[in-house]
Design a protein around this ligand. Structure first.
Ligand code: ADP
Length: 491
């Protein structure tokens, strides 16, 4: 304990919603505790909002979009506001990282990386705001046809607890750059950085109703937001069942959605790979954020001839991993909540009682507070292909290893889950790199690399149950806008 950044978070602070540029309590006056995962103790509170607060936020967003300053602002000026916000986030990075880290339990170094990533989204999308444009289309006759890229209007962003600031960056960066007005509903388990960044957005010059934040539970605040008749588009990152519920709610109004719903991403290691280079990347891809990452590399498929050697290398690394309090800045922090801890531990216990081979397990720091939600990272070997460990998203620091005999079997195993978000391919054979990259069903494929979380510039999203639509990069701008076609008759 005792990282200098840990002291910057005020104890007992009562965080409020941000609606129409003002900090407001929930209309009901209800609040809920903010719990630090490192010790399980409350250290602040947030507004416990319901449909009335959602309605107020949607009204503010409608006004900002239809009548307010935001819709009238030029693309270049919108971009400038976002660049200013990027600067403000960087200037306040120490405070924001500490807030993110305490709120989520992630090590301080991860909090710092997340806030830098958030700022970079606003920088990227601020720079892109005036560089996206339509086409002219040749059609027969005396006509000129052209397209405009127009914002959806009022966009609801329902975001999860694992990377609040980064996911805020990709949703709000792209959404605001295109001129939409937003209502964000962060997860009840982690929303403090989102509230603080929304304040900075006002300071950067964003008109009030263009960026509203409503906190509360999924049922009380998220469900009415996704079903609201004045919301034009919904973007969601989270679990597949909640994604289904949100799509059903939005379908009642026939509104569009983007869904980023997690994965069971494979790392495929061939015998000719540079194993020393692969090892730290593969370990990090499951340990980062305690494995609570949609794109975590949670399966490692190893060519049979090196299975014993490479699983032994992985086991050595896993045995040395230590989980501890966020401000001790160790390999991984606590999991987000008691509920998540129970789910992850349940997978580990079930695998052990099913006789799946536990190759190695890390440890929990001796000074970790009793009430924290710590989980020792676990590596399982020879995992049966149809077990829960092989098929389900654990969303914790659990890596499953599988041997394969050739490329065909590697592809079968890699594609044999309901998900398809990210894949890593480790081989020096150039032709095989391309064959594998084309055949693996995943929205992002890394060759001799693995970007858990992907880059800001890279389109990101899934195949199959991992969702649809794309975020990040220029694709994020396309999904936050729609095409209007205009035809002039000049006969
Ligand atoms: P978890 O179960 O790990 O909390 P979810 O995918 O359910 O993950 O949560 C992601 C986000 O979705 C959170 O902001 C949460 O409050 C919200 N949410 C949960 N249930 C619903 C729902 N039925 N409708 C809308 N939003 C929801």
């Amino acid at each position: 304990m005792g990282h200098p950044l840990a002291t910057t978070v005020a104890q007992g602070h009562a965080f409020k919603n941000i609606i129409d540029g003002k900090q407001v309590e929930a209309i009901s006056g209800k609040r809920m505790d903010v719990v630090c995962p490192s010790d399980g103790l409350p250290f602040g509170s947030i507004a416990a909002s319901n449909a009335d607060d959602v309605d107020a936020a949607v009204k503010a967003a409608c006004f900002a979009f239809e009548d307010g300053d935001w819709s009238a602002m030029s693309a270049v000026d919108r971009g400038r506001v976002l660049l200013k916000l990027a600067d403000l986030i960087n200037q306040n990075a120490a405070e924001l990282s500490a807030l993110e880290s305490r709120d989520t339990g992630k090590p301080i170094k991860q909090g710092i990386a997340d806030i830098a990533g958030c700022a970079r989204y606003f920088e990227f999308y601020g720079g892109a705001a005036d560089k996206i444009h339509g086409d002219t289309i040749p059609i027969p006759g005396d006509f000129v046809a052209l397209t405009l890229r127009e914002p959806h209007g009022v966009v609801a962003g329902i975001i999860p607890w694992n990377y609040p600031a980064q996911i805020l960056g990709r949703v709000a960066g792209a959404g605001l750059a295109m001129g939409n007005a937003l209502i964000l509903k962060p997860a009840e388990d982690a929303c403090l950085s989102v509230l603080r960044i929304a304040e900075l957005a006002l300071e950067a010059g964003l008109p009030g109703g263009a960026f509203n934040v409503v906190t509360g539970t999924g049922m009380d605040a998220g469900a009415p937001l996704s079903a609201h008749a004045s919301v034009d588009f919904v973007t969601f990152t989270g679990s597949p069942p909640t994604g289904t519920a949100i799509q059903q709610a939005a379908a009642v109004n026939n509104r569009g959605v983007t869904m980023e719903l997690g994965g069971k991403s494979p790392q495929i290691v061939f015998a000719d790979a540079d194993l020393d280079a692969a090892l730290p990347v593969i370990v990090n891809a499951i340990i980062q954020n305690g494995g609570q990452t949609c794109s975590a590399g949670s399966r490692v498929l190893i060519e049979a001839s090196i299975y014993d050697k490479f699983s032994h290398m992985l086991a050595e690394k896993f045995s040395a991993l230590v989980a501890g309090p966020h401000d001790a800045d160790l390999d991984l922090g606590a999991l987000i909540s008691k509920k998540q801890h129970g789910l992850v531990q349940g997978f580990i216990d079930q695998a052990q009682s099913d006789g799946i081979e536990l190759l190695a397990q890390g440890s929990i720091a001796g000074n970790a507070p009793e009430g924290g939600y710590y989980c020792a990272p676990a590596l399982f070997g020879n995992v049966p292909a149809h077990s829960d460990l092989a098929q389900k998203e654990v969303f914790g620091p659990v890596l499953s290893a599988f041997p394969f005999k050739d490329e065909a079997e590697a592809i079968t195993l890699a594609n044999d889950t309901e998900f398809g978000l990210v894949a890593g391919i480790w081989t020096k054979d150039g032709a095989r790199q391309m064959r594998m990259a084309k055949r693996v069903r995943a929205g992002q494929v890394y060759v001799n690399a693995y970007g858990a979380g992907g880059g800001i510039e890279l389109p990101f999203g899934g195949f199959k149950k991992s969702g649809h639509g794309r975020e990040k990069g220029f694709d994020g701008l396309f999904h936050m806008s729609t095409t209007k076609t205009i035809v002039f008759n000049h006969a």
